[in-house]
Design a protein around this ligand. Sequence first.
Ligand code: ADP
Ligand code: TRP
Length: 348
Amino acid sequence: MTKPNSRPRSLSGIKPTGQPHWGNYFGMIRPALQLATDHDAMYFIADLHALTSVRDGAAMRRDTHDVAATMLACGLDPAQTILWRQSDVPEVLELTWILSCATSLGLLERAHSVKDARAKNVELNHGVYSYPVLMAADILLYDTDVVPVGRDQKQHLEMARDMATFVNVAWFGHPAGGTVDDAAPWDGKSLKRPRALVRDEVAVVPGVDGQKMSKSYGNYIAVFADGKALKQRVMAIQTDSTPLAEPKNPDTCNVFAMYKLFASADELAQMRANYAGGNYGYGHAKLALLAAAEAHFGPLRDRYRAHLDKPDDLEDILRDGARRARAIAAPVVERVRTAVGLPRQPHR
Ligand code: ADP
Ligand code: TRP
């Protein structure tokens, strides 16, 4: 039976596919850490998802530590919040198979990740197809309530809810065909249907070219970039060619959109006035953005480096997290195994 849980559970994942960037931080890391104050918070490094595209084992290991060090530097307290590496909880693959057997190819064909891979002509391996199934397993394995993510992940969350419904209808006796009553309390026996938490103001952080900031578009600014490298990235943000003397429109400007992430209401009002007043160039705005970013991330950078310098301690944190995550996953996977007619696993 599921242990009664007084606080709702928040869970999310981030792939070790490069250094975390501003989009990851504002879209996922910061909201996730804020939830940790009044949720049972669990966050993991999605190395199995990264495997759909990463072909370099050393990079995978390095980036896993990079993401862990970033989360810790940004304030994750491993005594409170569970931080683990996805592949250290093998139960997730068991649940993935069971969900796979209840998921139609039609649903998977509609996933943005599959459509993107087709559009960009990148390798469309079986893992890319299974990506939303593995992601649903990540979430459903822990009876998750809320999943803080950027807007790009919303469709995956809807698919996870659909998969939970299929399983609940197929094996837990839920009525077929009817619409699911979202307000109805969970019965404590079936798969819990999670909901996405997408903060509107940071749902899509733009990159230096104005498209969604992403590791795969090469348009990102890393959370812990510093010195020359950081300045170069900020100076590379694309702007229009309005002359220095003329007023500028903040609402169509990438620099302003990024400045918004860091600024207080007063600072933002001042920046709007600077744009409207003319004689304020994009170069000035970029320097203000650089200073704001440095004030925000600078103090965390030493902590990040200190964590990266102690890989054994990072491993201890991740292994301890996996042990705690497995203890939550085991009864859930047993519950599902029993429902579908697979034997219990007494070693768990
Ligand atoms: P990437 O798209 O750079 O490969 P991930 O897929 O690992 O990053 O994303 C990890 C988390 O960060 C997800 O919750 C995702 O929605 C969020 N995220 C990524 N990029 C952005 C962005 N530009 N704006 C808002 N959230 C983002
Ligand atoms: N697919 C997510 C991304 O690309 C990462 C992820 C994997 C995830 N499993 C998850 C996010 C479970 C939330 C919940 O960003």
